[in-house]
Design a protein around this ligand. Structure first.
Ligand SMILES: Cc1ncc(COP(=O)(O)O)c(C=O)c1O
Length: 389
């Protein structure tokens, strides 16, 4: 069995000009507790492994007090949803306590979300910060460390028998209750505003990268690798790098796990398809059966190549990132893992992996399952360490 399957995207359009998200979400994030620009790490050892000029790792292993980037989308979507729900009572505020005070006429109010781990924890954290309740729906196979992390935010946790997609379907039923706002990072027909705000919220990462490269006087990436679960993050990345005036226009690679490569399958089919579970990758954040309907129009036109990979590539990438001083969970390492797989399996030309290439990857998650992280680094989970190859 091959360890990867790659698909040059048949739906990609060369001249796509999208409007970037604007800097309003970034201005919002700056007002949140613990906001700090995350590091853009120059990683020459990784560049050496890939045989390219540069590799930058945007390190999201710690973002707004949580070990993943997802709170950027969750926080902006929560704020926009509260604004829409409040009937105009929210006025000016300087910090989250100021915002929280203005929400008292809306109480009691619950935020609901389905999650593979990180989005749900982020929604629960926002609820805690704003004095709201949270009800988080998780698939049956979620590892205990991630369940405990969500519970530690004070959320009510509902384990749904089935996959992430079934947890999403269950969370959608909460919308009928006037005292509950569903904050989903994926979308379905009739539920599109919140997932659009989630995508907008992720734009903060891209503005930070652009600003940092500008400060350093460096040109932009020629290749960007992005992890795909439902495709909201990839939509944010695509929107940014396919906006007018971006030069060079980088190639975009979308990386998914085997058996949950719903974007690759949808591109192949020409429209959204659903992949039934089980979705059993260790890249838990990417275990999704369908692309989000609001993300798909952007992702399907802007991503150049999709690749699905077996878990061993993620383990190897985690060890390489650790060697470069970066703590990366299974999903966090997936972007680099996809690149490694393609470079080794003969796809260098398609991706422009030359000595001049400048590659951007996102470490979108830290060690969210510390036990597994330790075993993978020690080489006692799955295959043996081979980062030296
Ligand atoms: C850490 C991390 N990275 C990437 C993703 C994938 O993002 P999306 O579902 O928007 O494609 C997820 C999804 O949960 C995640 O938790």
């Amino acid at each position: 069995m091959s360890l990867i399957r790659a698909l040059p995207n048949p739906l990609a359009t060369a001249q796509q000009d999208l409007e970037p998200a604007g800097r309003t979400p970034l201005d919002f994030h700056r007002r949140l507790p613990e906001y700090a620009v995350t590091p853009l790490v120059d990683a020459p050892t990784l560049a050496g492994f890939l045989g390219v000029g540069k590799v930058w790792v945007k390190d999201e292993s710690w973002r707004l007090g949580l070990p993943a980037f997802k709170i950027l989308g969750a926080s902006w979507a929560v704020y926009k949803a509260l604004e829409a729900h409040s009937g105009g009572i929210i006025g000016a505020w300087n910090d989250l306590d100021g915002l929280k005070e203005q929400l008292s006429p809306l109480l009691p109010l619950t935020l609901a979300a389905a999650t593979d781990g990180n989005h749900g924890r982020a929604v629960a954290r926002m609820a805690k910060l704003l004095g709201l309740k949270a009800r988080i729906f998780v698939p049956a196979d979620m590892v205990p460390a991630r369940i405990e992390a969500i519970r530690s935010e004070g959320a009510e946790l509902v384990v749904v028998r089935g996959t992430y997609d079934e947890a999403v379907a269950r969370s959608a039923e909460e919308e009928a209750d006037g005292r509950c706002l569903v904050i989903s990072d994926t979308s379905w027909p009739g539920y599109e505003d919140v997932p659009r705000w989630v995508i907008e919220g992720y734009s903060t990462i891209l503005w930070e990268v652009e600003d940092e490269l500008g400060r350093r006087g460096e040109g932009g990436p020629t290749l960007v690798a992005v992890q795909i679960g439902v495709g909201a993050f990839a939509a944010a990345v695509t929107r940014h790098f396919r906006s007018p005036g971006v030069s060079p226009r980088p190639k975009i690679l979308g990386v998914e796990p085997a058996r949950a490569a719903c974007a690759l399958a949808s591109a192949e089919a020409g429209s959204i398809v659903h992949l039934p579970g089980p979705h059993d990758s260790i890249m838990a954040g990417l275990n999704c059966g369908s692309p989000s309907v609001v993300a798909w129009p952007v992702v399907s036109k802007g991503v150049d190549v999709f690749v699905e990979i077996e878990d061993r590539w993620a383990r190897e990438a985690m060890r390489m990132l650790a060697g470069a001083g970066i703590v990366s969970g299974e999903t966090g390492a997936a972007g680099l893992a996809g690149l490694l797989a393609l470079a080794r399996e003969g796809y260098r030309a398609e991706l422009g992996l030359t000595e001049e290439a400048r590659v951007l990857v996102f470490n979108c998650e830290g060690a969210t399952d510390p036990g597994a992280y330790g075993r993978i680094l020690a080489g006692t989970a799955g295959d043996a360490p081979d980062a030296s190859r």
